[in-house]
Design a protein around this ligand. Structure first.
Ligand SMILES: [Zn+2]
Length: 195
């Protein structure tokens, strides 16, 4: 009896999987993976988003691994819970009417400094506008936040608006480059003592 109880306790309190960084490609694997969480909205993203967030995410993960970090690279839906030092959820926005959005940032409480740092970094690269932080419900309360233990570098990065032709043209030639920008940003967050 005692042994069984101990086993149950171990199962209930088994630690989250640990890595340095979690990188998610927004909407990747849907709609099939929506079956994992029938009560969660099966949001397929903007036209072209699902196909292209993996290009950014794969390059960011590749570069971070090349720098020696342990990276968990996840699609939209997964059951695991992770303990990481940074969690980056990559998206591309859509808007109706077109060209009423741009880049934006979502984050939970505790990641304000990281959000400000990302805005500074991406503003040097992205030649279109930024929307206000957490300007949608999806950014302010992103489901992915609950899949990682609290850490000060948890961000949804909306890289630009795919439905806006000038932004789309700019984004479409740069997906790998954007992965590098994200990787360099994460490295700066994790290696300068602020994390
Ligand atoms: Zn999205």
């Amino acid at each position: 009896m005692t042994f069984l109880l101990a086993l149950l306790l171990v199962a209930a309190t088994s630690p989250a999987q640990t890595a340095d960084v979690l990188i998610q490609a927004g909407h990747q694997g849907r709609p099939a993976s929506c079956a994992l969480f029938p009560k969660r909205a099966c949001n397929l993203g903007a036209p072209g988003e699902r196909e292209n967030t993996p290009k950014i995410a794969d390059e960011a993960a590749r570069r971070l691994r090349a720098a020696g970090l342990r990276v968990v690279r996840v699609p939209a839906d997964y059951r695991e819970h992770y303990r990481v030092r940074a969690a980056i959820f990559i998206h591309l926005d859509g808007a109706d009417p077109p060209c009423t959005s741009g880049a934006s940032i979502g984050y939970p409480r505790g990641s304000e400094a990281a959000a400000h740092a990302w805005r500074a970094a991406y503003s040097r690269v992205f030649p279109f506008r930024f929307m206000p932080d957490n300007f949608t419900e999806g950014l302010a309360h992103y489901y992915g936040y609950r899949t990682v233990a609290p850490n000060p570098n948890t961000l949804v990065l909306e890289m630009g608006e795919l439905t806006c032709p000038p932004q789309h043209a700019w984004l479409a030639t740069r997906y790998r480059r954007l992965g590098d920008v994200i990787a360099n940003f994460v490295l700066s967050r994790l290696t300068n003592g602020r994390s």
